[in-house]
Every structure is written in structure tokens, then in C-alpha cells.
Write a protein that binds this ligand. Sequence first.
Ligand code: ZN
Ligand code: ZN
Length: 665
Amino acid sequence: MKSLHVLFKPKHSPAKISSPATDRRIPAETHFISLIHASGDIATLRRVHAHVLRRGLLSSRIVSQLISCSSLLRSPEYSISIFRHFDDKNLFVFNALIRGLSENSRYECSVRHFILMLRLGVRPDRLTFPFVLRSNANLGFLRLGLALHGAMMKNGVDFDSFVRVSLVDMYVKIEKLGLALKVFDQSPNRIKNGNVLIWNVLINGYCQAGDLQKAVILFESMPERNLVSWRTLIKGYMGSGESVRARELFEQMPEKDVVSWTTLINGFSQNGDHDIAISMFFRMLDEDINPNEYTIAAVLSACSKAGALGSGGRIHGYLSNNGFKLDGAIGTALVDMYAKCGEVDTAGRVFGDMKHKDIRSWTAMIQGWAIHGRFEESIQCFRKMMYSGEKPDEVLFLAVLTACLNSGEVDLGLNFFHSMRLDYSIEPMMKHYLVVIDMLGRAGELNKALKFIKNMPIDPDFKIWATLYRACRAHKNVKMAEMVYQNLLELDPKHPGSCIFLCNVYAAEGKWQEVERTRTLMEKTVRETYQEGSYTELDGLVHKFSAGDYSHKLAKEIHLKLEEIVFLARQKGYSPGTGWSVHNIEEEEKESVTGSHSEKLALAFGLIRTDPGMAIRIVKNFRICGDCHSLMKYASKISQRDIIVRDARQFHRFKDGICSCRDYW
Ligand code: ZN
Ligand code: ZN
């Protein structure tokens, strides 16, 4: 086959362009089709298209190839224009277009062309339906779905097993499991071997609907299972928080491939069991299974969530020794891991070595500097990104705003916020508003914050008011606090924060029984809804603690040690912050009602199990509360150790009784 260069030589050597005609062995059509397939970008494809037109070779075969190729190159607009300018709109051309549009997420357009196809009297076949069904699965229209089902029957393709799987999948996705099951039951081929796909699709449907019982029944009655069947059910269990069952199933798998391991690791991490996720990863390596990019991203994310610097570093070493490119998703995951494990300078070095940086890599780095309060670096990173030509998105702006928030740069923060809409046409979301309110609140600009909330184009949610409430409390503005209370109560009377407010009201009125009742209710909701936890890594093993946790094998020693710390701290002036637990209303602090906080347990554990002088690193999934923050300061002085706590928002480095955040958080 002649290479592309032959065709696209500059105009002064026209002799070469006519090569296919001179080379009689290859018919011109085949030659051009191979050129279409070889087009690596849309500009090349356009040039091939132009040559085809000039030579009058436009056939439905070439047109359908052009459409498929431009769809592959993510240019559905170009596909549509090719289609429009071709008169002989037959089955092949329609199939290529409907498929291409569906694969480019242009679902509505794909369905519209299917309708056009019927209107023009072109009969759809077994290759048309899977894609139009897929489009409707994403659109979620029941009536259209039923109409498509009818059209399948009319065109005699409804018993084609390929089409049937798509039909079941569509019913599953539009949440009509009853219909999906009906189609499944009426599929005569379902019990034959080699027809696993339709079972997997239905099992997935039941898992997603949370009906694991039915999923298990189906799984157990399958005539034959493949890897996907196992993985689907494992994922289903993980999605319902049943990680123990998921693991049992995993252990029963006759063979475990890398994707199954990744499903398991991801699942554990999503359920907050980062420690198990990490240990499973190392077990996988021991069993000689090579991880892929997704496995690496999943385990590194578990490391960063658990602050497992040791394990993260070990994985970094493994990647370097095994020829992984520290770029793209893997590089970004490493940057994120180092930044969140407290080693932001190492993160900076990994980032600097990355050859290809995408918007996610930049965001991870800016966010990394931001959570460490390294304002200069994060802004510099932002500037470099702008020079590189990358366009910021809403997540990136969130990182930049966080940088401003953590360093008290209010004016600059507001500038960035306004620039989102004005310069980049990005509509700010609740999260962005939240950071701005927090920023104004911390700076004591309460009136400005209130005005800002009142001017929000979206309705402020509970978190927004809670943030303002916290600012009112910090700056002792009782009057505004009362007004904010009312808003909180109206928004969510059952929220733990509202409950605390209610407790205060009852307490003020001396209704102690009511106080008790509300408190019990609140503790129950908190325990059911929020899994708070802290992690600390020791000798490569991650230990997890939850509030009031007695499950650790050293529980007794840990609690004794904690009592000792509190006793010593009290002598130095620490007073356990009862005031905090009554006034806690932020979402991040609501676990306070459930007893001794997990970060305190992690601290006690660290003090018992590490050598004197060693730093103690703790990661907490919510924000540290005022009481724990205060105790950490005393503990760092008493034990003469550095205590590094990463909470949901930033790093706190406690040293000799002082925190790096200067109590500004
Ligand atoms: Zn606490
Ligand atoms: Zn602090």
C-alpha cells in the first residue's frame, strides 16, 4: 500500500497523486478506503475526502467509511455534513451515522436520524438497533424505548441475540427492570452456552437497583459464567457497602485477572477500607498479576486517602522499576498521593518530570500546593498552566479558590471567582460559592458574606448557611447567628446540625428530657449516615480508627494512653472543649457526638507504637474539630514530637504546641 505522503505531496508533483489509477492492481475505491482508515486526524481525513470528490468516486461504501472515521476522530459534525451532502442515503450510510452519533454521545441526534431512516423507507437491520437502543438508554425515554422494541419486532430482528442484549441493557438503564426481565425470560437462547452477555447485563441491572438478592439468584442459575459475571456481582456487593461478601466472592473466583483485582481494590477504597485496598494491591503483586493504569490509579488514590506515604512510596518504586511511564493518569495519581501524604515538594518534583500534563495533572498540583498553604506556588502553577495553553475548568478553579482561602487572599479569591464566569464562561457551582463564603467569613467580612449569599443565583444549601454560621460564631456576631439558625432549621430539621441547635433551645428552656431524646436520635443518624475515620500508617500497614472505636486489638492500651494524654494536657491548661460539641454544626464535625474522635485514637496509637521523636502522621476524612486541634497542640509539646494531621481540607503540622495553620481553619 502506498503511504499517505504520496497523496499529500505539494502541488508541484501532481504525477504521484494519481498513483492508484496508474497502479492498476488496486481499485481506486479500495485505495481510498485504506487512506480513510489511515487518517489520524480530521484535517487529513478532509483532504482524502476532497480527493475522493475531485475524482468523482463518492460511493455509499466510501461515504459510510468517511462517516465512521470522522466519528472515531470525534467529529460528529463532520459526519453529519458528509451524510447531508450524499443523496443515496441507504442502510450502510445510516448505520454508520447512527452508530457514530451514539458513540459520540449525540444520543438525540442519533435517534432523530433513526426516525429519518424509517421515514425514508430504509429498513433497519441488526446492526442499526444496538446503537439506537444505546442512545435511548442514555436518553432514558420509556415511550421511545417501547417504540424501538416494536420496530425491532416489525423488522424481524427481535430474536437476534446481539440485538436482544442491547434491548435488555436499554430497559436496565432506563430502570425498567420488569421489562428487562420479561425480554430476558422470552429469550430462547439464554440457556445455551456462550450466551453469558444477556445474563451479565441483567445481573448488572439488579446490582445497580440495589436488589442483590435477585442478582445472586440469577448468578447462581447461570448455565455458564465468565469473568465479567463475577466482576459484576463483586462490584454490586461493593456498591451496596457489603465488602465482606464481595471479598468472599472474589476468593471463590476460579481465575482472577487484573480487572477483577482492580474492581476489588477500587471497591474497598470506595467503602473507606483504604487499608485493605492497599494490602490487596500488594497481595496481587505477590501473586504475579501485573497491574494496569486503573489498578495503579485506584491504589494510589487509596494511599492518598489514608495518608499512607510508606505504601505510596513503595508503589512509586515499583512503577519506576517496572517500566511504567510516570505520565498521564499515573503521574497525576502520584502527584496527588505525595501532596495528600504531606510531601508536596516530592509531588512538585514528580509533576515537573511529567512530559504530558493534562487539566487533571495541573489541578492535582495546584490543589496540592493549596492544601499546604503554599499560595505562591499554587498561583505560579496556575500561571504556567495558562501559558501552556490549557483551558481551566470548574475543578481547577475550585483548587485555585482553595489556595486563596487557605492563605486568606480574599481580594484575589474574589477576582478569580468573578473571572470564572466573565472570562471563561464557567458557571460557578455550589462548591465555589461555599469557598467564597468561607473566605469572607474567615476574614470577618460577615455582612459581605451575607450579601453574597443573598445574591446567589442558586438557592444556598445547608452547607452554605452552616459556613456562615461558623463565621458568626468565630466573630461573635450573635444577631446574625440567630438569623442563620432559622435558615438552617428550615432547610433540614433532621440534620445533626439542626439537632444541636434544637438541643440548645431545649437546654435553655430546661427541657432536659427533650434534650436527651433529640441527642439519641442525632447519634443514631450520624452513626448510620457518616463513616468518620482516621488512618495512620505503621511499618507499611495502614491502621484505621473510627470514633469511639474499641475494635482495634490494642484498644485497651490506646484508650489508656488517650486518658494519659488528656490528663497531662489538662495540667498544662487544656480543657476538653464541651463548648465545641454543643455548638458543632458543620457537616464535617458532626461525628463529635459519637464519643472519642478517631484522630485522638490514632494519636494515642502512634504514641504507643512509634519510637520517641518520630513524627506521627494522621489522616482524617472529615475536618478536625476545635477540641482535637487543641489537644494535638498540647500533645505535640508534651511528647516533643511533630504531629501531622491532614483533614478534609488542609494540613495541620503541630510542633511544640503550635499548629502551622496558626489556628486559622
Ligand atoms: Zn475532634
Ligand atoms: Zn491547625
